[in-house]
Design a binder for this molecule. Sequence first.
Ligand SMILES: [Zn+2]
Length: 201
Amino acid sequence: MSYEEYLERALERLPDIRREDERFVVPKPVVSIEGKTTILENFSSIADTLNRSEEHLMKYLLRELGTAGKIEGGRAIFQGRFQAEDIGEQINSYVEEYVLCSECGKPDTQLVKSDRILMLKCEACGAHRPVKKRKVVIEKMRKGLNKGDEVEVMIVSVGNRGDGIARYQNYTIFVPGAKKGELVKARIKKVSGTLAFAERI
Ligand SMILES: [Zn+2]
């Protein structure tokens, strides 16, 4: 085991007391209307709580609300009049899509780019998934993995026989010929309990 791997494992075993105690609460949007614009007063603190960049959150809100706007002094200013509930709903969707881990439900995640694909990486459980509509993810989780399914997974380690190993939902997938750190498309050949065997496609 390399020193880095050793450190990584040691860190994984440390209990994270802070996370256990702090409940993740998204601040309620504080909204005011000024003329034909809507101002989200606590925009900056919301982005901060979500641990996402203001630009990324703003881009999402503008797209979902279908309007133009700008960030100014920690506030978000939208063209048009919007209810606090509408903005709150969009923020919740953003949280589901870009913040919460679909595996363990925790918000301790980071957005990382891998091969130009935006991935959500969970620091609590180590899950790694392409960012997608969470609804799609939930639907898939309900069905589980089946023979013939095609998945896109990140190879997180390599097994004794040299097969790439990926985690997907609660499955461990073996992908022969895939290297650690690679994002691969694979077709499931066999599922046995929570183990799945796949081939690259
Ligand atoms: Zn997780």
